[in-house]
Design a protein around this ligand. Structure first.
Ligand code: NAD
Length: 508
């Protein structure tokens, strides 16, 4: 079940968005087939858990070797199924390398038992410990914008924790991930605790019905449906959803750096990044210069699906025609309401959309309120920082954000007023890839976090408290039978030790 055409029957064709070529197919698995895969994973999990963090890390590091040895082939699959530039495709391998190295290096420390001091005098006779056990089977459901890097962000924490993982890549881009999972199962001698099941939304829903915990990345609509189903099943879920990330550029900013960051943050992956810059607010005194710098740079971007290894294009095509439609609708809506296009603004051959700068935009426009998920940068002039913060927070989303200023104290104060899961100061997108700090969305952008040091592994675990007696008495003062003098003495002791003034301590 780990790769394309693993079963006969219904199949899903996969096409290259840049030229429409059919590049492969994967099985469209039904509920029963997915349930059978999950049964196998559950059978293999206890042995995997018993390996301990070091044993499990050894397999993950072997997988990393295999991924690097097969980098070119895997990235070609990524590129073909997404139409990305080679540079954007290559970023997906760097995510895999970073995540595997970080979590394997820290697995033992993150999963270690935690000794805890008891609270209160009466509990000093006890030893307390918190130990963790993984959820047995984690379901990992991912979208199409990062076919290899996306699942990698989460699968490593879950495997290192000792869970088995059933992954469901997007039906639009299943090939690279299915091949990576085949590598795990067939090439490196790892235990069969990772599987890729392919199919559409129904396959995703079948996964949710089988697992003990769901890690989902994708749209708000699907995330909400998954959360409802998880609530019915009383299982936890962690959701990384859409974003409408704001960038704020203050008058004292290093303007050249801010302009370069805006272009990078807005256009990477053709704008199909959840933590991409979706809207920019610039203080009036530097607005004109900033807009000119950004427009010059956006107009110079080279677009296309370049040859593997050539690194000759900046951005590629978009992944789905439906997403290009959304980008086009947002641009048309903005123009109809008074916005101007300074560069781009139209579709390009091969499912592309020309990198676009929009000005004279406001919050009546869809491009400032809804997730565009495409290569557009709407830039709005603001009178001052208060207006910038108010507009940045005027959103249903709160994934990430960025702030450009040379004043560190001001940046610190302002970061506390921005309603988003992360704030990058003098950079864009970068906060989401700092593995020791949590990445998570506020408001409609998500529930829970990914990464975050130990939390990136512990989220796949259940905590188990172990309370052990230091002494073995035959009975305890609170056990039966109730003895009046003893109970009165205990009540007095509770007051004496717990109250904060003498009147209450003495019980008057
Ligand atoms: P989507 O929600 O349509 O699909 C995501 C995955 O969910 C796919 O694998 C799909 O088959 C599956 N699915 C669909 N219906 C399901 C159901 N009822 N039950 C279970 N699974 C189901 O999202 P998409 O269009 O593939 O991806 C784009 C979205 O992903 C954007 O909104 C983007 O912002 C978001 N995204 C978020 C992050 C993040 O970390 N916050 C990262 C990348 C993308």
């Amino acid at each position: 079940m780990s790769g394309p055409a693993a079963v006969a029957g219904r199949a899903l064709a996969v096409h290259c968005p840049a030229d429409g070529r059919r590049i492969g197919e994967v099985p469209d698995l039904g509920r029963d087939e997915i349930a059978a895969v999950c049964d196998d994973l559950r059978r293999a999990q206890p042995e995997w858990e018993a390996l301990g963090p070091r044993g499990r890390s050894a397999h993950l590091l072997r997988w990393l070797d295999w991924l690097l040895d097969n980098e070119r082939r895997l990235l070609e699959l990524v590129q073909q199924e997404t139409g990305k530039s080679w540079a954007d495709a290559s970023l997906e391998m760097s995510v895999a390398v970073d995540v595997i190295n970080y979590f394997t290096a820290n697995a033992e420390a993150f999963l270690a038992d935690r000794k805890v001091k008891p609270a209160g005098v009466a509990n000093r006779v006890r030893r307390l410990r918190v130990q963790v056990r993984p959820h047995q089977l984690v379901g990992l459901i991912t979208p199409w914008n990062g076919p290899l890097g996306g699942p990698m962000m989460d699968v490593v924490g879950a495997l290192v924790a000792g869970a088995a993982v059933v992954s469901k890549p997007s039906e639009v881009t299943p090939l690279a991930w299915a091949e990576a999972v085949r590598g795990w199962r067939e090439e490196i001698g790892a235990p069969p605790v990772l599987a890729a099941v392919t199919g559409g939304g129904e396959a995703g829903a079948a996964v949710v019905d089988q697992v003990d915990m769901v890690m989902f990345t994708g749209s708000v609509r699907t995330g909400r449906a998954i959360a409802v189903r998880c609530a019915e099943r009383l299982i936890p879920c962690s959701l990384e959803l859409g974003g409408k990330d704001a960038m704020i550029v203050l008058a004292d900013a290093d303007l050249e750096r801010a302009a370069n960051a805006a272009v990078w943050g807005g256009m990477t992956n053709s704008g199909q990044a959840c933590i991409g810059v979706e809207r920019v607010y610039v203080e009036a005194p530097v607005y004109d210069r900033f807009v000119a710098m950004v427009t010059e740079r956006v107009a110079a971007l080279r677009q296309g699906m370049d040859a593997p290894g050539s690194f000759t294009c900046d951005i590629g095509s978009m992944v789905t025609p439906a997403q290009v439609d959304i980008v086009e609708e947002h641009v048309k809506d903005a123009v109809a309401k008074g916005a101007r296009i300074l560069t781009g603004g139209h579709r390009t051959p091969g499912n592309g959309f020309a990198p676009t700068v929009l000005v004279d935009v406001d919050h009546s426009m869809r491009c400032m309120r809804e997730e565009t998920f495409g290569p557009t940068l709407p830039i709005m002039k603001v009178a001052d920082v208060d207006e910038a913060i108010a507009l940045a927070n005027d959103s249903d989303y709160g994934l990430s954000s960025s702030l450009f200023t040379r004043d560190r104290d001001r940046a610190d104060r302002l970061s506390r007023r921005i309603e988003a899961g992360s704030v990058a100061i003098n950079n864009a997108m970068v906060a989401a890839f700092q593995l020791p700090v949590p990445m998570g969305g506020w408001k409609n952008s998500g529930l829970g976090t990914r990464f975050g040091g130990a939390q990136g592994v512990l989220k796949y675990c259940r905590q188990q408290s172990v309370v052990e007696e230091r002494f073995s008495l035959k009975s305890e003062p609170l056990w039966y039978p109730v003895v009046p003098w003893r109970s009165r003495l205990i009540s007095r002791a509770v007051r004496l030790l717990g109250a904060h003034d003498w009147r209450r301590r003495l019980g008057s």
